[in-house]
Design a protein around this ligand. Structure first.
Ligand SMILES: *Cc1c(COP(=O)(O)O)cnc(C)c1O
Length: 388
């Protein structure tokens, strides 16, 4: 007996594992390691959201099994958020589904949409769960390479015909992790038209839809004409309101896809703790000043780090959104080699671009999710210690 399925054989070991081991060893030997690897904001969830959770958690009726597709109040709040932010109308009953964090929904969408032997199109580089979801569903993935010259937007014309014939699902993600690239309405319209022509469902991951700077407002793919016929959009409260540990997100758009995912989920999980959903609804509908405040903090950090990188000769653009910097490694280094050098010379952890897919080779990602003092320390060390 072998206690692993053939499907699991295709899932590689966790990519951050090696780096994690090295970090543990360095900390043990007394080195002060600063971790700019993980994308988990250090800032606290705003107080009014926490208060709402506590208030709702005191009500016994909120402690029973939650509603499968999401509390009506949470779904209405998501619909209201779309009306307020994008002037898009959503039916909370059929076009909004609550998720246990958006990662959960992104991963479960693959088995709800594709059959073994079918393809999922993924941006390359991308958030790793898109690829793993395809494999866990018994399907295959096809990388759509993205390069700087193209603004890190995929070129749909490059997808081979034999892949397109078996493609059912395409992931997109703007503002993007890891590239911090943004897309405009024209690109989304092109994607929607392409998906309609080829019979593909688009899953747009908008995790950073509100993490944007200086008046830049990332568009929703649902603003494109005909988008609801071929697209769903995932969102999360994790990044906007610093609620990564709470596990609450949503998916909106195409009702057929949402129904299939909802049936899948109702057979595998039982929804999100009701007080978390009600606090989430409160976050979406109450004063958004906390969001601006946090974005100002990320923007200031961004400026500091971009400046430091330029000072040591690494040319990067100032991102318009996300809390990531996607930077080219200096000449002569591989992604992995440079990441190792930064860790050894400066005690700073950054993520090798190659961890996000083959087109990430030649880049590294910095996540600005540590307190300002730690970031300043990291900036100081990078300026002083990195020899390239
Ligand atoms: C952080 C992140 C997510 C996951 O968000 P959760 O809602 O916390 O699961 C999804 N997509 C991208 C691109 C992310 O960076």
């Amino acid at each position: 007996m072998r206690y692993q399925s053939a499907r699991m054989d295709r899932i590689p070991p966790y990519m951050f594992a090696e780096l994690g081991k090295k970090k543990a060893a360095m900390i043990k030997s007394g080195i002060d390691v600063i971790d700019l690897g993980i994308g988990d904001p250090d800032l606290p969830t705003p107080e009014h959201i926490v208060e709402k959770l506590v208030e709702e958690a005191r009500k016994p009726e909120n402690l029973r099994y939650p509603n499968f597709s999401g509390h009506p109040e949470f779904r209405r709040a998501v619909a209201e958020f779309y009306r307020r932010e994008y002037a898009i109308d959503l039916d909370p009953e059929t076009e909004v589904l609550a998720l246990i964090g958006s990662k959960e929904g992104l991963a479960h969408l693959a088995p709800a949409m594709i059959d073994p032997g079918e393809y999922v199109l993924v941006p390359d580089p991308c958030y790793p769960p898109y690829r793993m979801a395809a494999l866990l569903a018994g399907g295959m993935y096809h990388d759509m390479p993205m390069v700087k010259e193209n603004g890190f937007l995929p070129d749909f014309k490059e997808i081979p015909e034999e892949v397109l014939e078996k493609a059912r699902l395409m992931f997109l993600n703007y503002p993007g992790n890891p590239t911090a690239a943004v897309a405009d309405g024209d690109f989304f319209q092109k994607a929607v038209d392409f998906a309609k022509d080829k019979g593909i469902l688009i899953a747009h991951d908008s995790a950073y839809n509100k993490v944007a700077f200086r008046g830049f407002k990332p568009p929703s793919i649902l603003e494109a004409n005909g988008a609801k016929e071929v697209a769903v959009e995932f969102g999360t409260l994790s990044k906007t309101y610093c609620m990564t540990g709470w596990r609450i997100g949503y998916v909106v758009g195409n009702r057929e896809a949402i129904r299939a995912l909802s049936v899948f989920k109702s057979n595998t999980d039982t929804g999100v703790f009701t007080p978390i959903q009600l606090a989430g609804a409160h976050a979406l509908l109450s004063d958004q000043a906390c969001v601006d405040k946090y974005n100002d903090i990320y923007f200031a950090r961004m400026k500091g780090m971009v400046g430091a990188l330029r000072e040591i000769g690494i040319e990067v653009d100032q991102p318009k959104a996300t809390f990531f910097i996607w930077a080219p490694v200096p000449a002569g280094f591989t992604s992995a080699g440079f990441v190792e050098a930064v860790l050894e010379q400066a005690g700073v952890i950054v993520t090798p671009g190659s961890a996000f897919g083959p087109s990430g080779e030649g880049y590294f990602r910095i996540s600005l999710s540590v307190p300002n003092e730690r970031l300043d320390e990291a900036i100081g060390r990078i300026k002083k210690k990195i020899k390239i």
